[in-house]
Design a protein around this ligand. Structure first.
Ligand SMILES: CCCCCCCC/C=C\CCCCCCCC(=O)N[C@@H](CO)[C@H](O)/C=C/CCCCCCCCCCCCC
Ligand SMILES: [Ca+2]
Ligand SMILES: [Zn+2]
Length: 288
């Protein structure tokens, strides 16, 4: 009764603000419009999609490995390179939270963290010669990317179900840019890494699409784990693609450091994670 009186005295006629309940509901389980193929609450009463949640753990395993392997290149070129794999830890964290709750907040954090990783990647590595004509240098380019990313962050709330498709379009653009860069490349090792990265991405995106659109088929086979497999493949594809992009950048921007591609833990058979070793300090330019 008292609340009713206070309400009618102070708030009558005032447009209502989102209530605490409404604000809290964005954290509620299943408040996202997105629900992946894996059965909800199958393995735990607190976790919506158990395998999708657990497979996001791969981000915590691969990020420190990549931070370690890219360190010599980052030290020589720009320590901001490390931001990519530091942010990937957050992508993993938000992905876990999203699949654990299927909440709207989880979905937005998952997607927006990917958007910001892409923004950092573009600021660092987008080839200088493809900058728009009104952009003078990388600093102004990074400012432009920052403005576009802030606008995209705000517009991502307009139609949240479209966000994931928009993000996947960036992968297409990265592949196209790589194709343009590698057209004149003849180095066997670089081309092999490019094909491995593209192959992993094709496998990853096939799993993502199949989970999204072919769920009834996979349910009949009782195999609803494709989104979890996508998590694993896309992190490995990103590790491969990132090393390839960083190697092309090093060959162009710090050629005197004689960058070379190697694999950890088994370099002889090119098995494991690719990384860059800097073999020298003489000012000689390599082909790609
Ligand atoms: C010239 C630019 C260079 C940029 C290089 C850096 C690229 C790293 C970019 C992104 C990291 C990808 C992280 C994927 C996280 C997946 C989390 C997830 O599964 N989210 C789903 C919901 O759970 C959501 O539906 C997925 C949305 C689609 C994400 C699309 C990401 C684009 C990936 C780009 C990968 C490039 C691989 C390049 C291979 C040559
Ligand atoms: Ca589900
Ligand atoms: Zn996911």
């Amino acid at each position: 009764k008292v609340t009713g009186l206070v309400d009618s005295l102070f708030f009558s006629g005032i447009p209502s603000f989102p209530s605490f309940d409404k604000m809290a509901s964005v954290f509620a389980y299943e408040s996202s419009e997105v629900d992946w193929c894996e059965d909800n609450y199958k393995h735990s009463e607190n976790v919506e999609e158990y395998f999708n949640t657990m497979s996001s753990f791969i981000f915590f395993l691969i990020s420190p490995i990549m931070l370690y392997l890219l360190h010599p290149y980052a030290k020589e070129r720009n320590l901001a390179v490390h931001l990519v794999w530091i942010m990937m830890v957050f992508v993993g964290l938000f992905s876990m939270y999203f699949h654990m709750t299927l909440s709207f907040m989880g979905q937005m954090l998952d997607e927006l963290s990917i958007l910001w990783v892409l923004a950092i990647g573009y600021s660092l590595w987008f080839p200088h010669r493809h900058f728009p004509s009104f952009i003078k240098d990388r600093r102004s380019f990074s400012h432009m990317v920052l403005i576009i990313t802030v606008i995209s962050t705000l517009s991502s709330f307009v139609k949240p179900t479209a966000n994931a498709y928009a993000l996947n379009c960036f992968a297409i653009h990265i592949l196209y840019s790589l194709f343009v860069e590698l057209r004149s490349c003849t180095d066997e090792r670089v081309l092999r890494l490019a094909w491995a990265s593209i192959g992993l991405w094709v496998l990853a995106i096939s799993c993502w699409i199949s989970d999204r659109f072919g769920c009834s088929f996979w349910q009949k086979l009782d195999f609803c784990y494709l989104h979890g497999i996508w998590h694993i493949l896309i992190v490995v594809a990103t590790a491969y693609g990132n090393t390839l992009i960083a190697y092309l950048d090093a060959s162009l921007e710090i050629p005197y450091s004689l960058p070379d591609l190697q694999y950890w833990p088994q370099n002889k058979w090119s098995i494991g994670f690719p990384y860059i070793v800097l073999k020298g300090t003489t000012k000689t330019r390599k082909r790609c």
